[in-house]
Design a protein around this ligand. Structure first.
Ligand SMILES: *[C@@H]1O[C@H](CO)[C@@H](O)[C@H](O)[C@H]1NC(C)=O
Ligand SMILES: *[C@@H]1O[C@H](CO)[C@@H](O)[C@H](O)[C@H]1NC(C)=O
Ligand SMILES: *[C@@H]1O[C@H](CO)[C@@H](O)[C@H](O)[C@H]1NC(C)=O
Length: 290
């Protein structure tokens, strides 16, 4: 019942979305705790925002409890408001697909921007498809990078190299055998241009070393400074990443059939083999000859 009352409130159309993100910005750039995204007005706005205390109509109390004797039996308590007459629509902007960019339709195709334009952002993600080294100029070396979720690559990284080694490279080696089939397709870009923050939905497709197909969409929330990402929060499809690691990383891939002829110590690294060899011998104290 509570959820039903919340749903109409979630559909309110806002033109400015302000989120306060409680993360540490302990890198060298100006701390920025406020994310302000400017979203162009919806060309077909729904009915005007309803007051937060939603009722079916003014004679209903919104509890959904209706005494059987109550004549107000039209109060369903479902929180749905009867439609009000449509307000005049502003003229929607004419958005055309960009044939040079996989027919991507830019919400804001402007190129003259104080922050990276949406087409520039599109190009930035696309270029990683064939050349991952572009990452090292696209993202600042002291980036504050958060991989959101509960999975082996999740966490906060305070510089690019730790993110690269622990997360991105660990995943990208799973595609090494089929590099030419790795694809990156930006599917949505919001913000940028007038806003130092932008949000990208990016589709990653490929074939893993195991031969299995891979196809996920990640969300990247990014803050830009001098054409580089200096703060990133990325939301990934955790079950797919875990499945990929499970199928393709030898650490995860044990079976009865595996011959263990190499040391594979796991994240703790190697112990002191000389010390362990010192303990070995026959039960009566004799040492091995070899
Ligand atoms: C883009 O749209 C044109 C016209 O509809 C089509 O011929 C072309 O194949 C499309 N390109 C891509 C990459 O989808
Ligand atoms: C990166 O961070 C280190 C350590 O805080 C600092 O010494 C260095 O100047 C920073 N580099 C840049 C380019 O911001
Ligand atoms: C995982 O195990 C399977 C079956 O034993 C094997 O065919 C495959 O090569 C292994 N993959 C890796 C990365 O070791």
């Amino acid at each position: 019942m509570l959820l039903q009352h919340l749903l109409p409130a979630l559909s309110l159309t806002t033109t400015v979305l302000t989120l306060t993100l409680p993360f540490n910005t302990n890198h060298a750039h100006q701390p920025q705790d406020q994310l302000t995204l400017t979203i162009p007005p919806n060309p077909n706005p729904p009915s005007p925002p309803s007051p937060p205390n939603i009722k079916d109509d003014s004679s209903c109390d919104g509890t959904g409890l209706i005494p059987p004797t109550n004549p107000n039996n039209h109060c369903t308590g479902d929180g749905l408001i009867p439609p009000s007459p449509p307000s005049p629509s502003p003229i929607p902007p004419i958005l055309t697909p960009d044939p040079t960019r996989e027919n991507f339709t830019f919400e804001n195709p402007t190129l003259e921007c104080p922050y990276p334009s949406q087409p520039h952002i599109w190009d930035s993600f696309k270029t990683l498809e064939k050349d991952m080294t572009k990452l090292f100029t696209l993202i600042h070396k002291n980036v504050s990078f958060t991989v959101v979720g509960h999975h082996p690559i999740a966490g906060h990284y305070t510089d690019l190299l730790h993110f690269y080694v622990n997360a991105l490279r660990r995943v990208s080696v799973l595609f090494m055998d089929h590099k030419e089939r790795f694809e990156i397709h930006p599917v949505a870009i919001h913000g940028g241009c007038e806003s130092r923050w932008s949000v990208q939905e990016v589709r990653f497709r490929g074939v893993m070393n195991s031969g299995d197909a891979f196809d996920i969409i990640n969300v990247w929330v990014t803050r830009w400074h001098e054409n580089q990402m200096v703060e990133v929060r990325t939301y990934i499809d955790a079950p797919k990443i875990m499945d990929a690691l499970h199928k393709n990383e030898i650490w995860w891939n044990g079976t009865t059939e595996r011959e263990n002829w190499r040391y594979m110590p796991g994240p703790a690294g190697m112990p002191d083999l000389k010390e362990l060899e010192g303990y070995m011998g026959y039960p009566d104290g004799r040492r091995y000859e070899d």
